[in-house]
Design a protein around this ligand. Structure first.
Ligand code: G6P
Length: 609
């Protein structure tokens, strides 16, 4: 996820200040590096560096650049580490072209190979840079009358993947070239100035008149004009007026970051699955070569690891697998030695409890794979192999999209292990892999759409309760634990999760009329058993809320049900079942008048022991 902005104006004022302010509004999309390019006196002038906008702005004095047409970018690193070279904008060999991009050019390696053969010199490891060189190459190969727009259009037919692109060429110093597929790109319109950006907040201070580009559209903006076409046909732009305030718009119209992030899950899941297969193969080899495996994590990340742990145990029958809460690592210090492989799961990559545990394990000779969302953070830097979820920046303190992305990345590794160990053949492997990337985001989108209103209604029923239970069996336990954590951390209702069979050994003692009991009930071998546990609770007056599948007998015994589509693989159940629980927690917090984004006493990244 990156943020892009482009501005062109016929007013005399340089646009560097507006681009810099716009980038600050897009910083939630990434903050690994920042850069801007403006055309001035027929030349492109670029300033860029690693780091967040405030630092780079001061260091390079971004606002000093002259020019009335320019583009800017704030990066969430995907291809190539977050350094100055990989920071956008990227230029061609002549320096006449500059480009910023959000998305992933999947065929960039082939294109780069082709361009290298043609003699192009690359300055970065990014996928984006190929775009600038491709436009240069098209113009070089054509007769001199070829317009930039024609070269740009030809390039768009050659790239595969997802993109929002803005490009400048000195030959047309007032024109900005735009293309969009699957990554957001909107145009802002005012009389003498036009904007293009990943999100409306980037230009909301200057205009509320917006044109949303659709997939497959190519456009140009100049200070006075907007031209859009698709498949060679001109499109009549549809302008709408937004009513957002600048402050609320940073959340793209959502009242809270947490809700926005819940809704972003289909995208973050799809992006996470674009991970390089080689890295997954490497992870799987390390796992198969290890003598024992230890998952290490805290909080929500621990529950993602716990889902992985259950599946690892199933597959790696003769290999010991453990799951350890990082702050408790001393109790398990005997596990950390040569031959042990640690899998550290940490959204921030900075949690001190995890850092301490993995540092100790590394000193004892253990190997380390990390799963993090923040590129180049401390824990990945200690690892032999760093795997990244591509959930984008998560601002709400209660983790949502990073959690489901962690579970999906682990599911991808598990699939690889099933293939390597002969549990599934190559056809099934390819099929499941495809489903993980295509079907998972689709199912999650459906679950959000079908259950959001229900979660909101349930919030009004449970908001005044003091206590709640989350019950599950077998592999669904991590979901119950995560659901209980979400509810307690943002709604402050005491929530306890335990295996459903344990109720009778103590917890049922405090159940009374209307006591909320949330039951995670996939329609598998646990169906009849959990039905029995629901009956025990009902007999004491509990209010039964089931998260289940169509045809599960628990529906008839529940006061309230959320229906989850049958998963194509049990590997994604910890994702599909957790989504309604995130929404229940969110809406309960809101119903109680609390701020779900900033729960009291908690922080997003905990760097104390
Ligand atoms: C904090 C956050 C939790 C998070 C935990 C682990 O407690 O509030 O949401 O799950 O840290 O964070 P990590 O960055 O290591 O995943």
């Amino acid at each position: 996820m990156c943020g892009i902005i482009a501005i062109t104006t016929s007013m005399k004022k340089p646009v560097s200040k507006m681009i810099t302010t716009g980038l600050k509004r897009l910083e939630y999309r990434g903050y690994d590096s920042v850069g801007i390019s403006l055309i001035h006196d027929g030349k492109i002038h670029t300033l860029k560096d690693k780091g967040q906008i405030d630092l780079v702005e001061k260091k390079l004095d971004l606002r000093s650049l002259k020019g009335t047409t320019g583009i800017g970018h704030t990066r969430w690193a995907t291809h190539g580490p977050p350094n100055k070279e990989n920071a956008h904008p990227h230029a061609d060999c002549t320096g006449n072209i500059t480009v910023v991009h959000n998305g992933i050019i999947e065929n960039y390696l082939d294109l780069k190979q082709y361009l290298l053969k043609k003699g192009h010199k690359f300055s970065s490891e990014t996928d984006t840079e190929v775009i600038a060189h491709l436009v240069e190459e098209e113009l070089k190969q054509s007769d001199t009358s070829m317009k930039v727009i024609h070269a740009f259009k030809r390039v768009i037919t050659k790239i595969e993947g997802t993109y929002a692109i803005t490009l400048l060429h000195t030959a047309e110093p007032e024109t900005i070239f735009l293309a969009k597929k699957d990554s957001p790109l909107v145009i802002g319109v005012q009389d003498d100035i036009k904007f293009a950006a990943s999100d409306i907040p980037a230009f909301l201070e200057y205009t509320k008149k917006v044109i949303a580009l659709n997939n497959g559209e190519i456009a140009t903006i100049t200070p006075k004009t907007v031209y859009i076409e698709k498949n060679g046909f001109k499109i009549q732009p549809k302008t709408f007026t937004v009513t957002w305030t600048v402050e609320s718009a940073q959340k793209s119209g959502y009242p809270h970051f947490m809700l926005k992030e819940i809704h972003e899950q289909p995208i973050s899941l799809r992006n996470t699955m674009t991970i390089n297969s080689k890295k997954i193969e490497q992870a799987s080899q390390m796992i198969l070569n290890a003598k024992k495996i230890v998952f290490l994590a805290c909080g929500t990340s621990y529950y993602a690891g716990l889902s992985g742990f259950h599946q690892f145990q199933r597959i790696l029958k003769n290999k010991p697998v453990y799951s350890v809460i990082a702050s408790e690592y001393q109790l398990y210090s005997h596990l950390f030695d040569k031959g042990t492989l640690i899998i550290a799961v940490s959204q921030s990559g900075e949690t001190l409890d995890v850092m301490k545990a993995v540092s100790y394990a590394r000193k004892q000779g253990s190997d380390l794979i990390s799963i993090a969302n923040v590129i180049d953070s401390s824990i990945p830097r200690l690892s032999q192999l760093s795997l990244y979820t591509k959930a984008g920046p998560e601002i709400g303190v209660a983790a949502t999209k990073t959690h489901t992305a962690q579970v999906l990345l682990l599911a991808r590794i598990i699939l690889q292990l099933e293939f390597e160990t002969g549990i599934i053949d190559v056809n099934k492997f390819d099929d499941y892999k495809k489903q993980l990337s295509e079907e998972t985001p689709r199912v999650v989108r459906t679950i959000i759409n079908q259950n959001e209103f229900k979660a909101k209604r349930l919030a009004s029923i449970i908001a005044d309760k003091q206590h709640s239970y989350f019950l599950a069996r077998g592999k669904s336990m991590p979901v119950a634990l995560e659901g209980a954590l979400k509810l307690k951390e943002i709604s402050y209702i005491h929530a306890e999760a335990f295996p459903a069979g344990e109720s009778k050994h103590g917890p049922i003692a405090i159940v009374e009329k209307d006591f909320p009991v949330i039951m995670i009930a996939p329609n598998d071998w646990t169906a009849n058993k959990i039905l029995g546990n629901a009956e025990e609770m009902r007999a004491r007056g509990a209010y039964i809320i089931s998260i289940t599948e169509r045809d599960h007998p628990i529906i008839k015994r529940s006061d309230y049900s959320f229906i989850i589509p049958k998963a194509f693989s049990s590997l994604i159940e910890p994702i599909t079942y957790v989504v309604p629980l995130q929404m229940i927690a969110y809406y309960t917090s809101v119903y109680k008048g609390l701020d779900p984004d900033k729960p009291k006493n908690l922080a997003k990244t905990v760097t104390v022991e």
